[in-house]
Design a protein around this ligand. Structure first.
Ligand SMILES: Nc1nc2c([nH]c(=O)n2[C@H]2C[C@H](O)[C@@H](COP(=O)(O)OP(=O)(O)OP(=O)(O)O)O2)c(=O)[nH]1
Ligand SMILES: [Mg+2]
Length: 319
């Protein structure tokens, strides 16, 4: 059996929003690559305890607040690793390379300039997307819909899924082009809820596959530099999304929701159990409001997704 190691690692943010990375010494495994500080759990430790100890030993800081970001199971040729990644929100002390390693604070958008171990791909994706994911409402006429999108962007939306199932392919494409102009201008990302081949006709940031579409693909249908978002409701669909190398997942319904009356919600406990082994950022969906972001993140989710609280409400308050 391959060796298994359990590692706690930290995405540490300072007050400017910069993130700390450290360079692994040339002589160790994955040497010369950049990493998020951290290390192996001692047999008696929880991941949270190991995080605190490793960050003190490696970069001389004392963690005062941290929450789980993502857990990644990865197979290297020589061993399997479970990377338990935390976001560190606050700490005491000044970070320095206590073991002589180079450390650097970098802007999130500059992380792509550095080489990381293979397992870090999902961590980098998780850092690049926000904690709420706006799904657009469906039916209104185009002018009204674009106005609502503008309001959502003005209210701070950074990741938007265009979901308008009533439009045919040409109408969808034409509206998507207008939406992309708006999201690009405000620095937000636009994901299209459509078949993957639409990306050949419009340079949006990614594609969202409904759980029905998800089952039709046998491999990742879009390039690695685009975002693949997948809708899941159960373990089998989560496994399928992982197999397709999804970059983000919506898992629903967590709570009861008006948009799907009569569907039994899974509840927060089941949400937590399902995502524990999922190496991809997962948004809780179904009956969510902004006040649920903390809850979802505390359970290891990326945040929350929704139509109601993030689309209609924005427009109502703007009227
Ligand atoms: N800390 C950290 N480890 C990572 C990252 N990505 C990644 O694949 N790993 C892997 C590489 C290593 O095999 C393992 C971390 O082990 P480590 O060598 O840092 O462990 P440690 O700090 O306890 O070191 P040591 O006491 O055993 O020398 O996890 C990352 O971003 N941060
Ligand atoms: Mg280490």
């Amino acid at each position: 059996m391959p060796k298994f190691i359990h590692v706690a690692a930290a995405v540490i943010c300072n007050e400017n929003g910069d993130i700390l990375i450290a360079r692994r010494p040339a002589t160790v495994d994955q040497g010369g690559l950049w990493e998020f500080p951290g290390g192996k759990l001692a047999p008696y430790e929880t991941a949270r305890q190991a995080l605190a100890r490793e960050l003190n030993e490696e970069i001389g800081i004392q963690v005062t607040s941290a929450s789980p970001l993502i857990a990644i199971n990865h197979q290297y040729p020589e061993y399997n690793v479970l990377l338990d990644v935390w976001r560190v929100h606050s700490f005491d002390g000044e970070a320095y390379g206590r073991e002589g390693q180079a450390v650097r604070w970098v802007k999130p958008e500059d992380l792509k300039k550095y080489s990381f171990p293979e397992a870090n791909h999902s961590i980098l994706k998780a850092i690049s997307i926000p904690d709420y994911y706006v799904i657009t409402g469906a039916a209104e006429n185009e002018e009204e819909w674009l106005l609502k999108l503008t309001r959502a962007l003005n209210a701070g939306a950074e990741l938007v899924q265009m979901r308008v199932p009533s439009l045919d392919k040409n109408e969808f494409l034409s509206r998507a082009k207008k939406a992309l102009a708006l999201t690009s201008e405000s620095g937000a990302k636009l994901i299209l809820n459509s078949a993957a081949d639409l990306l050949g006709q419009i340079d949006a940031d990614g594609i969202h596959l409904s759980s029905e579409r998800l089952s039709h693909y046998s491999q990742r249908p879009i390039p690695r530099d685009k975002l693949l978002s997948c809708a899941c409701h159960n373990l089998a669909q989560l496994e399928q999304a992982i197999a397709l190398q999804a970059d983000l997942i919506t898992l629903s319904p967590v709570q009861a929701t008006d948009s799907h009356p009569g569907v039994e919600p899974m509840g927060w406990q089941r949400f937590k159990e399902l995502i524990e082994q999922v190496p991809v950022p997962v948004y809780a969906l179904g009956g969510m409001g902004r006040e649920d972001i903390r809850k979802a993140k505390g359970l290891g989710g990326q945040g929350v997704a929704g139509i109601g609280a993030f689309w209609q409400q924005v427009s109502r308050s703007g009227k």
